[in-house]
Design a protein around this ligand. Structure first.
Ligand code: HEM
Length: 158
């Protein structure tokens, strides 16, 4: 094979390789796309969001008193793990379940809404993506019955 043919062969091979790579990338995007965890900035992003939301809770006159005697390092670790696991990230949540955690607090609906507003403020200030904010809002809303202790369990429901 002369040099000219070899050059065409090389260009052809490269073209096929790049078509294959872009086809794979396209498939992956169509099938999965980035997780909510990734769209929230992965580990660094979620840690920043949680630090911001705890600072907001502490400044929020409606709910700050709940955090007065709380070990904030432990809270940060557990909320980061909870959010990471719940948004498709690599974490094992080792804290308590939502009902046990909050049942003794006597939370009102207004407390819940106020805490959620802080979370969404923290997300918005770190992630410029309305879809991410809406998805986090939906996850928090889905947790309302568990956090408020009004979730209907199998045994209570039958
Ligand atoms: C969807 C809403 C909520 C979620 C997902 C959530 C999540 C969590 C998580 C994962 C923990 C850590 C549990 C552990 O350390 O074992 C926690 C603890 C705590 N949460 Fe929430 N929470 C929510 C709503 C609220 C609200 C509305 C309040 C009060 C206004 C609140 C106050 C607290 C406090 C004070 C702690 C620390 C408890 C302790 O360490 O003794 N949370 N929460």
């Amino acid at each position: 094979m002369n040099w000219k043919n070899l050059r065409f062969l090389a260009i052809g091979t490269l073209a096929i390789a790049s078509i294959t790579i872009s086809a794979f990338a396209g498939d992956e995007e169509a099938v999965a796309g980035p997780t909510l965890y990734e769209r929230m900035g992965s580990s660094d992003g979620i840690t920043q969001i949680v630090e911001d939301l705890i600072a907001l809770h502490q400044k929020n006159p409606a709910i700050s008193h709940y955090f007065d005697d709380v070990d904030l390092d432990r809270l940060t670790t557990n909320v980061v793990a909870f959010l990471t696991a719940g948004t498709g990230g690599p974490a094992n949540y080792e804290g308590r379940d939502m009902t046990s955690t909050h049942s003794e607090m006597g939370l009102s609906v207004a407390d819940f809404d106020s805490a959620v507003a802080d979370v969404l403020t923290a997300v918005k200030s770190n992630v410029n993506d309305d879809d991410v904010v809406a998805e986090v809002a939906a996850i928090l809303e889905s947790l309302r019955p568990a956090v408020m202790g009004t979730a209907v369990t199998d045994s209570a429901g039958s």
